[in-house]
Ligand binder design. Structure first.
Ligand SMILES: Cc1cc2nc3c(=O)[nH]c(=O)nc-3n(C[C@H](O)[C@H](O)[C@H](O)COP(=O)(O)OP(=O)(O)OC[C@H]3O[C@@H](n4cnc5c(N)ncnc54)[C@H](O)[C@@H]3O)c2cc1C
Length: 385
């Protein structure tokens, strides 16, 4: 069988490697040219995602990231609230890994290419005919036996499967980030500092080479359009937002050699239809979680591995797709809801902020005691189950 995989982000290359292992020939079609990789946002792959990669023979140590095992939570006035684990430590010492998104894309793609997977770049899916021929916007086409939509938040495959499929929802937060050099801040590398600032949320972590990686989440009631995002001087805007806080945010932003964003953040709570005939969606195309969940990449990896297992164990493509959906839907929808709750305290109004700052120390003291137990279901999921 030949699988057409649309999207060369995270879910696509992982699905390709997983399918190859069960005897299905994958081809990955990516809309962007390969050179589209660049400096950009970073993300964290949690231990559940890393364990899923391990089932394909990809070790966390082969990825270009660094361990981020703990969070130190603070308020904007500088008060520390609590220190929490960023997921569990596995028996072999594996913990959550933080890496540039482009670095993860490149590592997964390079490994897939090394294993013989074919990638075609500059191929934007336009439509699908019959069962199944993919047509691209450059007028070319490719026939296959099944088609996997790993084409992200604005998935074309999602709307080809169901023209009434919901669109991603703006969650009231933007995302900016950057990288700074030449700072001497306290604390060990890999400790993520998360700050509920007076006007904006700020996160920073020291990388092992001493650079500081950071992100900020300005709030917006109304979704900004592309022109507003592109036309904003984010460095100045962020400096203004953090001016009154007793935190290193201003110093970090001033010393940044790279400031990225802003992007609007979205999630996609429930996509009613994931599959039709020989087409199916995985990753953000099927269920996007807010960046605050820290699970989008891990969910995409899990989906890809589970889908290949279903295709291996079920007698027909249709039954395999149904099995995949049955194994994945409840979990991913719960993670998306969890991500939305995580993001909800990041940009409150003045009254909400006073209440938040009163409640947060209690909430985090409780989480410090019970958090590991409460979040076990996220991290202990194993794709082999
Ligand atoms: C700022 C930010 C921070 C984040 N932080 C985290 C984090 O800490 N932890 C975490 O786990 N997740 C995080 N995420 C989410 C994570 O990046 C996504 O969940 C993950 O990338 C989803 O992988 P995917 O392969 O499904 O989609 P994507 O990575 O979006 O890949 C989709 C690919 O499909 C291609 N494509 C789209 N349309 C077409 C088409 N018609 N034809 C061909 N190709 C097409 C795109 O060019 C893209 O390469 C963050 C996201 C953002 C934006």
């Amino acid at each position: 069988m030949k699988a057409l995989i649309v999207g060369g982000g995270i879910a696509g290359p992982v699905a390709a490697m997983a399918l190859q292992r069960v005897g299905i020939e994958p081809v990955v079609f990516e809309a962007h040219p390969r050179a589209a990789d660049g400096v950009g946002a970073f993300l964290t792959v949690a231990v559940n995602g890393l364990q899923a990669l391990r089932t394909l023979g990809i070790e966390p140590s082969s990825l270009p990231g660094f361990a981020t095992p703990r969070f130190a939570m603070h308020l904007g006035d500088g008060r520390p609230i609590a220190e929490l684990a960023n997921g569990p430590v596995l028996p072999d010492g594996t913990v959550s890994l933080t890496l540039e998104r482009a670095g993860l894309y490149a590592a997964l793609r390079d490994e897939a290419v090394r294993r013989g997977v074919r990638f075609a770049y500059g191929k934007r899916l336009d439509r699908v005919e019959g069962e199944v021929t993919a047509w691209f916007t450059d007028g070319t086409c490719e026939p296959g036996d099944l088609l996997i939509g790993a084409d992200g938040l604005k998935s074309t495959v999602r709307s080809l499967i169901d023209p009434r499929a919901p669109k991603a929802e703006f969650i009231g937060l933007l995302n900016c980030g950057g990288y700074a050099k030449g700072l001497s801040l306290p604390g060990p590398p890999g400790l993520f500092h998360m700050i509920f600032g007076r006007r904006c949320f700020f996160g920073w972590v020291k990388a092992p080479d001493g650079q500081v990686w950071w992100f900020a989440n300005p709030g917006r009631r109304v979704e900004p359009d592309a022109a507003e995002l592109a036309g904003t001087d984010w460095r100045s805007e962020l400096l203004e937002l953090f001016r009154g806080d007793q935190t290193p945010a201003v110093e970090i932003i001033e010393k940044s050699h790279v400031v990225t964003g802003g992007w609007a953040s979205y999630d996609l709570r429930r996509v009613p239809v994931w599959r039709r005939g020989r087409m199916v969606i995985i990753g953000d195309a099927a269920h996007a979680a807010s960046p605050s969940s820290g699970q989008g990449a891990s969910m995409a990896i899990e989906d890809a591995v589970v889908l290949a297992r279903s295709l291996q164990s079920r007698p027909s493509v249709e039954e395999a797709f149904a099995d995949y959906e049955q194994r994945r839907r409840a979990r991913v929808e719960r993670v998306v809801a969890h991500g939305r709750r995580n993001g909800s305290g990041k940009a409150p109004g003045p009254v909400g902020r006073a209440l938040r700052d009163l409640m947060l120390p209690m909430v985090f003291r409780w989480l410090h005691k019970n958090g590991a137990e409460q979040q076990r279901w996220i991290y202990e999921y194993r794709v082999a189950a």
